[in-house]
Every structure is written in structure tokens, then in C-alpha cells.
Design a protein around this ligand. Structure first.
Ligand SMILES: CC(C)(COP(=O)(O)OP(=O)(O)OC[C@H]1O[C@@H](n2cnc3c(N)ncnc32)[C@H](O)[C@@H]1OP(=O)(O)O)[C@@H](O)C(=O)NCCC(=O)NCCS
Length: 161
């Protein structure tokens, strides 16, 4: 029964809203399982209380299913991180979060949005390309991918009208 209810929420609509410092713990936990170098809860809290940081979350019931976070200074924003929980991936949550987030950034005066992405991160590259981001530069050997190997960071940009 509990499994059935959990599944029901896992397949339902996600509720998207702004994130606050109260979301620090689940965001840090999702970040930790999504990236090689995790953020501590204190680091996440520090970001979420920073007046230049804008964050949104996707909730499935009471569980965090995804988040996105940017720093906005004057008219330039940088996406710091975006992640969706493993079992919720591939159903459009990141796309919805990104669109909501870009609308909010535009409303706050952002004219340009930058981000860095691993050249081999296929899902993220597809997400950003479909949202109109274009590569503007490349930082070779930027990410360590294990076994002494490295991947380039692609710097992507999108102008907001
Ligand atoms: C990148 C990430 C946020 C995408 O989240 P998601 O909710 O699964 O993404 P969406 O379902 O909105 O899909 C976005 C696009 O990526 C594509 N995509 C999703 N998963 C994919 C996969 N495993 N392989 C290839 N493409 C994939 C989708 O098809 C979609 O493209 P489309 O609109 O052309 O169909 C998620 O994979 C993640 O959290 N990854 C780990 C953290 C990370 O790498 N973040 C990005 C750092 S820059």
C-alpha cells in the first residue's frame, strides 16, 4: 500500500515554486547524489540566503524532485546548479524548472544567462540546447572524470529578451 501511494506521487504532477533556506537539507542531499563534488548543507544554506541567488524547486508531494539555482548580478545570471532526482528524470521536470527559472530571471532584469556544463553530459546539453543556449567557449580539461581523465567545460549562453 505504501509503495502504491509513493508510486502515485512519483508519477503525478510536480509542484514548482521558489526555494528557500528551509530547502537546504533536501537540496544538499540531491546535489550530493547528482554531482561528483557535493555541496554541504551549510554551503547550500549560504547560497539560499544570498540575495543574489535565485532558486526554484520541484516537489512531488512532500519530496524534493528537483531544483535549479542561479546567481544574478545586475543583468547577468549564472546557473550554478540544476538536478532532478534519479527516478524522476526523463519526464520533463528539468525543462519545466528551467523555463520557470528563466522567466523569473528575466522578470528580475537578467538579460544574459551563462552556465558551464561537462562536454559529455548528454541530458544536460540537450536540456540547454533545447532551451536556446549556445556554446560560447570551452575550457579544456576542466572536470576530472576519474582514471586520470578530464572533460572540457562548455560555457553556454542565452540572451533573454
Ligand atoms: C540534467 C538533468 C537535470 C535533466 O533532468 P530531467 O528532468 O531528466 O530532464 P528532462 O526530462 O526535462 O529532459 C530534458 C532534455 O534532456 C533529454 N534527456 C533526459 N534524459 C536523457 C538521457 N538520459 N539521455 C539523453 N537525453 C536525455 C530529454 O529528452 C530532454 O530533451 P527533449 O526535450 O529534446 O526531449 C538530470 O539528468 C540530472 O539531474 N543530472 C545530474 C545533474 C546534472 O548533470 N545537472 C546538470 C549540470 S550542468
Amino acid at each position: 500500500m505504501i509503495g502504491f501511494i509513493t508510486n502515485l506521487f512519483a508519477r503525478g504532477e510536480a509542484a514548482m515554486s521558489e526555494a528557500s533556506a528551509r530547502d537546504s537539507s533536501p537540496i544538499a542531499a540531491l546535489h550530493a547524489v547528482s554531482f561528483r563534488r557535493g555541496w554541504s548543507e551549510q554551503e547550500v544554506e549560504g547560497l539560499l540566503i544570498d540575495r543574489h541567488v535565485i532558486a526554484h524547486r520541484a516537489m512531488m508531494g512532500t519530496k524534493l524532485a528537483g531544483f535549479i539555482m542561479s546567481r544574478l548580478v545586475e543583468d547577468e545570471a549564472e546557473i550554478l546548479s540544476v538536478a532532478v532526482a534519479g527516478r524522476q528524470r526523463g519526464r520533463g521536470l528539468a525543462r519545466q524548472l528551467l523555463h520557470l527559472h528563466l522567466r523569473r530571471l528575466a522578470g528580475l532584469g537578467a538579460r544574459t544567462v551563462f552556465l558551464e556544463v561537462d562536454e559529455y553530459n548528454g541530458p544536460a546539453l540537450r536540456l540547454y540546447q533545447r532551451a536556446g543556449f549556445r556554446e560560447v567557449s570551452r575550457r579544456p580539461n576542466y572536470y576530472s572524470v576519474g582514471d586520470g581523465k578530464a572533460a572540457a567545460a562548455l560555457v553556454l549562453r542565452r540572451d533573454l529578451l
